[in-house]
Design a protein. Structure first.
Length: 254
């Protein structure tokens, strides 16, 4: 059984190598997805199955997000998300990461409840749809009523340190009923400060480094580099050293 005082670390990953890195570093969970540069998208079933098979100790939690953009989904999109949740459960993953808002930006009770029901037997995290919902306190109450396992949040700010005041308040309001997981520029060098300020026992980060690009052939200006990759780089991969450092900082913060 996990020590109640331990700090759990979740790493956002897009590949089998990322799963293996998080596993080797002693992370508690991975959030498996693709498209981290657009906030994360649902990975394909082949990657999900391979990730579950590759994981030794780390838990595999799968992001369910059918497209970039906001979190107001059509009935067709919710149906697709439900099908993805069911496939994830059949693949043996430990959890899913979801979040649906209504047309006014409030946490949408019915579609979230439908997805939670489809995830029976798995943990369910509400992702950062919360950070753009209409009212954080009303939204938090809805998450409690719906029975989410945890909430991923930066405190509605770009930086976790800027959002620390709200995160602290949510930890108090949670009173053990839901895990509040902090994110947003979280790294080894600020993890201890985040824990001290907020009282969270769950940290989330997508710790990545860019991969150098191949030299373009003469006569072409075409590039398929990942959004956000620095000039001269192609895409991002999980940073093994950064993940290990974050895990160690979390361990030493207890």
């Amino acid at each position: 059984m996990t020590d109640a005082g331990a700090v759990r670390v979740e790493i956002g990953v897009e590949s089998l190598e990322g799963v293996r890195i998080a596993d080797a570093a002693g992370a508690t969970r991975v959030e498996l997805c693709t498209g981290l540069s657009v906030g994360g998208l649902t990975p394909n079933i082949a990657l999900i199955e391979a990730a579950v098979a590759a994981a030794s100790k780390v838990q595999v939690h799968v992001l369910i997000r059918p497209r970039p953009g906001d979190f107001r989904y059509s009935a067709d999109e919710v149906a697709l998300m439900r099908a993805d949740v069911e496939r994830v459960r059949s693949a043996g993953a430990h959890g899913v990461v979801i979040g649906v808002l209504d047309e006014l930006g409030h946490v949408a009770a019915a579609p979230n409840a439908e997805l939670i029901a489809a995830a029976e037997g798995m943990e369910v995290t509400c992702h950062r749809a919360f950070d753009v919902c209409a009212d954080p306190y009303d939204g938090f109450d809805q998450l409690l009523e719906l029975g989410f396992t945890r909430l991923l949040t930066s405190g509605r700010q770009e930086s976790v340190l800027d959002g620390a005041a709200l995160i602290t308040r949510l930890v108090t309001l949670a009173d053990g009923r839901i895990q509040v997981m902090a994110c947003g520029g979280l790294r080894a060098d600020n993890a201890r400060r985040v824990i001290e300020l907020t009282g969270v026992r769950d940290l989330h980060a997508a710790v990545r480094v860019p991969v150098p690009a191949l030299t373009r052939p003469d006569g072409t200006d075409v590039s398929f580099a990942e959004i956000g990759a620095p000039s001269g780089y192609d895409h991002f991969v999980t940073d093994a050293d950064g993940v290990a450092a974050l895990r160690e900082a979390a361990r030493l913060s207890v």
